[in-house]
Design a protein around this ligand. Structure first.
Ligand SMILES: [Fe+2]
Length: 324
């Protein structure tokens, strides 16, 4: 039976999307790097749209298609085309005592579920590496860190994704956001309540890699808001404070936790980053029910090359620390 699923995937999706059950995960990731073929071309097109100032109009148009009444039909087709595979890497999960049914229930009703701390060894390794990264956004971090790759393909997370989407998921992005103190910086769109989307169904996994408290740049989500996105939300993109208190009173969830805290969130829920007074590092793994054309080309070749250099330097610092 599994073989049948596999063949269907290979026929429809050209290549299987899951990592090998054994062998070098990092080597597998390197073969699937993001800067090849279509990705470079789409990164160029994306840049062109920005320079012609039509990126925003195209974005709104895409959202109107995405949230249209036909989306449930599209989700059904994706579920048929991408049946869940039964196999995944069997290594120990970094999410001990993970409760599948509780998490699924919370995600469906509240758009959000807080897991708690991941494996302490993995946290230590990730924190050690990111402590050497300057403030910036690093895309596709799983390509340059085997610890990020291990978490991105954790069996407990993939089990949840398969149940939540009802089809074989795909990892679209893994971004490390290293932000500096932001309290005196101008308010950007990420600081206002907004929603994102990717594929017909999508889920974010967030992991704090610094301690995050009320004075830090913490994450906020409006519970259950993934079911409330309307026409005007699509046109506006962000919500004013006034609208938030009128529409969603008592439903704002602030997320605090020590380094290693992991939480799940429906990508389409309203969320924001509150401007804090210190450096904060957060890993964001973005999964979807499939990979669409527009998920390619998020990073330019120059950004990827810069990321590689910075990570090489960070890894050298870690090696020096460990040997000294
Ligand atoms: Fe966002």
């Amino acid at each position: 039976m599994e073989r049948q699923f596999l063949y269907r995937h290979m026929l429809v999706n050209a290549l299987p999307v899951y990592p090998p059950e054994s062998g070098d995960l990092q080597a597998w990731m390197m073969r699937k790097r993001t800067t090849i073929g279509w990705s470079r071309f789409l990164a160029f097109l994306r840049q062109l749209c920005r320079s012609l100032s039509i990126a925003n109009s195209l974005h709104v148009l895409r959202q109107l298609v995405h949230f249209g009444p036909w989306r449930w039909m599209a989700i059904g087709v994706i579920r048929w085309r991408r049946p869940c595979l039964k196999t995944y890497r069997q290594e120990k999960s970094a999410l001990a005592h993970f409760e599948l049914s509780k998490t699924l229930k919370e995600l469906r009703t509240d758009s959000f579920s807080f897991f708690g701390s991941i494996d302490s060894d993995l946290t230590r390794k990730l924190v050690r590496l990111v402590s050497h990264l300057p403030p910036e956004e690093y895309l596709y971090a799983h390509e340059v860190s085997e610890d990020v790759a291990a978490l991105a393909y954790d069996p407990a997370i993939w089990n949840l994704l398969r149940h939540y989407f009802g089809c074989e998921p795909v990892l679209l992005e893994s971004s490390l956001f290293v932000s500096k103190a932001e309290h005196s910086m101008p308010v950007l769109d990420q600081h206002k309540f907004h929603f994102d989307y990717a594929g017909w169904q999508s889920l974010n996994v967030f992991v704090y890699l610094t301690d995050v408290d009320a004075g830090d740049s913490y994450h906020q989500v409006i519970k259950g808001s993934h079911r409330s996105i309307g026409f005007w939300d699509i046109l506006r993109g962000t919500l004013s404070e006034d609208r938030v208190s009128r529409r969603f009173e008592g439903r704002i969830q602030s997320v605090f936790g020590p380094e290693g805290s992991l939480f799940f969130e429906n990508t389409e829920a309203f969320h924001r980053r509150v401007r804090g007074k210190s450096r904060r590092v957060m890993l964001n793994l973005l999964y979807a029910s499939h990979r669409g054309l527009f998920s390619h080309g998020r990073a330019s070749a120059a950004q990827i090359a810069h990321r590689d250099t910075v990570f090489q330097r960070a890894r050298a610092c870690v090696a020096q620390e460990l040997s000294g």
